[in-house]
Design a protein around this ligand. Sequence first.
Ligand code: NDP
Length: 497
Amino acid sequence: MSFAESVARAKGRVTIRTGAFINGAFRPSKSGETMACLTPIDGSELGQLSACDASDIDDAVAAARASFEAGHWRTMAPRAKRDVMLAFAQKIDDNAEELALLETLDMGKPLANTTRADIPLVAQAIRYYAEAIDKVNDELGPSPHNAVSMIVREPMGVVGAVVPWNFPLLMASWKFAPALATGNSIVVKPAEQASLTMLRTAELAMEAGLPEGVLNVVPGLGEKAGKALALHMDVDAIVFTGSTAVGKLIMGYGAQSNLKRVALECGGKSPQIVMEDCPDFEAAAQAAAWGVFYDQGQVCTAATRLLVQNSIKKDFLERVAAIAKDLKPGDPLDPDTSFGAMVDEAQMNTVLSYINKGEAEGAKLICGGERALGQSGGFYVAPTIFDGVDNKMTIAQEEIFGPVVSAIGFDDFEDAMRIGNDTIYGLAAGVWTSDIDKAHRAARTLRAGNVWVNCWDGSDITTPFGGFKQSGFGRDRSLHALDKYTELKTIWIELRK
Ligand code: NDP
């Protein structure tokens, strides 16, 4: 089947919503403007998305505020709220096949990934925070005998969420699930490249019983809709996942407007460090390859810097290159494909220009390095490995967000830690060693929000996720995420008798 035929077949099996979802209903942008929604699988158009701007954001924030003040959700009994969210999670499960197809059509990651990971993990996140609703208690302070002090969590109010295209629905769910569980109303601005699953999910939430106005979704350009949301005077908190450059703007918007709370999950340039006493070279080689080729490298925690001890580097890189050479880009909609498309033409060109820069700066290309499947009309880049990379090179310092790994040699433990930490980012890091002392010392020395020992990307909804340094601040996932969506209030009651 040609790529075009498989896209046409998949389109027939999904519901494509293109309007903004405000106050429980879809509607076009007020300006009437639209933007083309293309699939990177073959470059064809899936529909015309509403290109919303500040006036649509005003409406969505007003709807969120009205629902918050009305209290239908905020003051709903905890168990009833939990049941709505559990029904919402069930809706995701019931429509998982469609959502997985939609995500793959919209942003080009393999259907195998959206089916096995993205969509089930969304249902898991909603369920996890649903269960927290009637299990997380407030606190009583150690007050004197004639007083009672209560420390209670209250919802922030209206939360704005600006999210990226790489895990479109999953990243959004890490925001909206804890925000909803704590009683907030929310406005989500999805990425222009991948808005479809979030729009469809808003309608599923309503079907599950979420009152109207509590979850609103406004598609549009970041510079218009995203900026308006972050600058809005009636938004109490803005939570963001995306690049560090835009994260800095978001922080500025918070300061320029109403000092709203800001939480940022930004980029990374994560080191995966393989010591000569690695306990399992085959597993480490698989992790080195999949740590950066999963979802075509469009992963914030991608292991883009492969630090290998010089004594084993040649053999180890041969193993990784063998895996990469076997990995052929294919039709993302084919369930057997494990390596799909870049999200769009611009991202493909960005990645190709970094590859050119790597070569120009003297790194040695040992596989990949070119566009693939050009005849499909889609946007594909072959898995790419550079050897002989100096950590000062552009490809070792800047986030490429594509399937490109830079191999860097090191002599000893101290050298590895120095290079590992020599980045503006601090999202993730990994170390492979048989020595428990070395493992522990590395885990404590590496300045990153996630450190993996003898694995890559071990994670769960129960553990916090976020970065050090310019990878941002605030944590998604786990019960710690509830802090982002709540204000602590102290209530002190003096007893009169
Ligand atoms: P961007 O930072 O370009 O965009 C993220 C979101 O911000 C999009 O919705 C975008 O809208 C919006 N935006 C862009 N400009 C503005 C603006 N001026 N004001 C308000 N909003 C704006 O990131 P990408 O979507 O390209 O995603 C890739 C990046 O996300 C990578 O850097 C990656 O590391 C990071 N990321 C981080 C994760 C983490 O948890 N740490 C997880 C996943 C990704 P528009 O649609 O117009 O671009």
